[in-house]
Design a binder for this molecule. Structure first.
Ligand code: DC
Length: 228
């Protein structure tokens, strides 16, 4: 019998539930590659923003796709870097205005199809912890472990508020709360691969948890599922 060489952990959930920091830390502990798929959508969103294209204008966004080359790389700390037509846009895709652009372009089926192979390729090459919205349902339905991470909208807005303040680009709490509600609505109500837990996903609510508590819970789930 052929022995399986590697595993995939899919971590899905709404914005701000702590997916990326948790997934990155857990990947390091397991010796797997961390794949932040939101960063890939952000790269397309950034491209639209830079070119002054309305991210909700499907035709205009689709017309961009043949001219876009997206690549991923990792620096010494395991930090994922994103390249748009050869230019390193790792920092730019985190600009606050890009969140909504990414959310809008990600609702376009052609954009999702365009980015699919790139995501699946990563899991073909080796063990991954991949986070996003549709990893367990669409991108890697065969993933050995699927976790759906949630937290209350207030908790998620508070984390985002702290993150932006630390980054030196603060925003009002109420504005962030509204933005997260809006993004939740966009991500969950779109027709193409809406945000929803896979049937075999384990749900984990991190409301009120410290980072360490959530990290331990996730590692326990993964180790149990992988039979380690
Ligand atoms: O995780 P994030 O906030 O960086 O993601 C940015 C946007 O990309 C988010 O609003 C939804 C979208 N996205 C998606 O539709 N599917 C994914 N697998 C990952 C992100």
């Amino acid at each position: 019998m052929e022995e399986k060489q590697h595993f995939a952990v899919a971590i899905d959930g709404p914005s701000g539930a702590g997916k990326s920091t948790l997934a990155r830390s857990v990947a390091r502990e397991l010796g797997a590659v961390y794949v932040d798929t939101g960063a890939i959508y952000r790269t397309v969103g950034y491209c639209a923003w830079k070119q002054g294209i309305d991210p909700a204008a499907e035709e205009a966004v689709c017309a961009l796709l043949p001219h876009i080359e997206i690549a991923m790389g990792y620096d010494g700390d395991g930090l994922q870097r994103m390249y748009l037509n050869g230019e390193d846009v790792t920092k730019e895709i985190r600009l606050p205005q890009i969140s909504m652009y990414a959310s809008r372009v990600s609702a376009i089926p052609e954009v999702r199809a365009f980015l699919m192979d790139m995501q699946r390729d990563m899991a073909r090459k080796g063990s991954v912890v991949m986070d996003g919205r549709d990893i367990g349902t669409v991108v890697l339905p065969q993933a050995e472990v699927k976790i759906f991470l949630t937290a209350s909208v207030e908790d998620r807005a508070r984390r985002r508020w702290e993150e932006l303040r630390e980054r030196g680009t603060p925003k009002e709490f109420d504005e962030l709360l509204e933005e997260i509600r809006q993004r939740d609505h966009n991500d969950a109500s779109r027709a193409a691969a809406p945000l929803r837990p896979a049937e075999d996903a384990i749900r984990l609510d991190t409301t009120g948890n410290t980072f360490e508590q959530s990290r331990r819970q996730i590692l326990e789930i993964i180790k149990e599922r992988l039979g380690q």
